[in-house]
Design a protein around this ligand. Sequence first.
Ligand SMILES: [Zn+2]
Ligand SMILES: [Zn+2]
Length: 342
Amino acid sequence: MIVSTENGLYCPAGDFYIDPWNPVRRAVITHAHGDHARPGNDHYLCVRSCEGILRYRMGDDVSVQTVEYGESIGMNEVRLSLHPAGHILGSAQVRLEHKGEVLVVSGDYKRQPEATCPPFEPLRCNTFLTESTFGLPIYKWAPDQIIFDQINSWWSKNKADGKASVLLAYSLGKAQRILMGIDARIGPIYTHGATEAINEIYRASGLKLPETSRVALTSKSTGFAGALVLAPPSVQNTAWMRRFGSQSVAFASGWMKVRGMRRRSAVDRGFALSDHADWPGLLGTIQETGAEQILITHGYSDTLARYLQEQGINASTVETQFQGESEAPAENDQSSEPEADR
Ligand SMILES: [Zn+2]
Ligand SMILES: [Zn+2]
């Protein structure tokens, strides 16, 4: 039902691509991260809650058709529906049905429920195409509240020491999940323009994020001691960081689970908070689908495929250009990430 082509995953019976990396006529988009939603397609199809972010990133004039979660539509010979993936606002799994066969493309997903998007919906299918960004047994996430408590106490300690707390986090998804989880009473919260632009879209969708102020709009005399500053990883080691004076810098990412990654990222603190499934989450999800065939992409696909094969599961890898959370923080805060604080 789906084939890997030079433009990306293609469904011949439906004549559309899923998250294509080259411009095509019809693109079904699982979510608006830069490695999944790319510019230049003639028509986009996504879930309704994705539209605002997609238009912000692709341009207001693109042709976008939206559906509700669970709404089934015909695409030539195929029935298509989109279902919650629990990854970020507007993220979806793609369910395809053709001649009695069901195939699900997971997109990026995570299993812990959180405040910014509806939880992942397990779907039964014959074939399940899963991501594997964190497909190694070492990746097992702590409950969100433990991570948020760590962030709160790091922020409080910095405040007591008269420092600013600069927290690097992807501007789409991670930053808003952090805002919903932290204790906003600790101090004022400032944001980079790229983060604030996404905050506004989340707020427009009905999410009650705590109050934030754009760094670029503060007066010259503003002091940042005791404040939290949320910014994309691309600002690390740039002149933009200087205005905060005495500061502690932290990075929130699944990669922070690994000490070597923390050291290489050269930040003072790492918080292991990921928007992807961990190892138990991947295995549990694969089991829940009841699928007889597992296709794996996006990350440690070889390791996960080998592990599943050893369990007697029919698993193989599929090549894509999806990158997940890159190990080098600056590399992957989405291709369309504005570098300057506009
Ligand atoms: Zn993503
Ligand atoms: Zn991805």
